[in-house]
Design a protein around this ligand. Structure first.
Ligand code: S3P
Length: 182
């Protein structure tokens, strides 16, 4: 039996995978709330992510990220676009799994590489040899991303098609019926 506390959809994936774009459309389809976790962190901190990384370091950012994620327990029926590195902490997985369904937007490196705007707003995509570093990071994260409940192959689909595909998959999932009713 699924309680409404479990009715969140978490979109995970690397930078540039389209989590926010797909998430917004999916939330519209489901008539659920859309949450962009990076935006929540920035609003709460009163700083951009780049500033948080520069002034407090990555670990402090990861703490803020885990805190923002844990607060979503109080927000059932949300579609959540997570930051690409959220999957690095076990506690975040426990939180996501106890709150909803984890969906990986699987985009090949070649496409991500074209979409990531190096040096613009993403601290990990800045600096020298950013492309090589990001590729290595992507490879290291792949086994983590693939632990998602659902892996969605995004190869040749646009954001609207992806949102429709995930929404159809939800309609067919038993747990989803009790999410609708609340
Ligand atoms: C990060 C991805 C970013 C943001 C931060 C760190 C990462 O989010 O959370 O810059 O570690 O991959 P997007 O995946 O939305 O770009």
């Amino acid at each position: 039996m699924t309680s409404e506390a479990h009715c969140c959809i978490f979109l995970i994936g690397f930078m540039g995978a389209g989590k926010s774009t797909v998430g917004r459309t999916l939330a519209d389809c489901l008539q659920w709330r859309f949450v962009d976790l990076d935006q929540v962190i920035e609003q709460r901190a009163g700083k951009t992510i780049t500033e948080i990384f520069a002034e407090q370091g990555e670990e402090a950012f990861r703490d803020l990220e885990s805190l923002a994620l844990s607060d979503l327990r109080k927000m059932p029926r949300s579609v959540v676009a997570t930051g690409g590195g959220l999957i690095g902490r076990d506690e975040n997985w426990r939180l996501m799994r106890s709150t909803g369904t984890v969906v990986y937007l699987d985009v090949p490196w070649e496409q991500l590489q074209e979409r990531i705007k190096y040096g613009q707003g993403r601290p990990l995509a800045a600096g020298v040899e950013a492309e090589q570093r990001l590729r290595a990071l992507f490879e290291r994260r792949l086994p983590l991303y693939s632990q998602a409940d659902w892996v969605i192959c995004c190869d040749d689909k646009n954001p609207d098609e992806l949102a429709a595909l995930i929404s159809a998959k939800l309609e067919n999932a038993d747990f989803f019926q009790s999410c609708r009713e609340g």
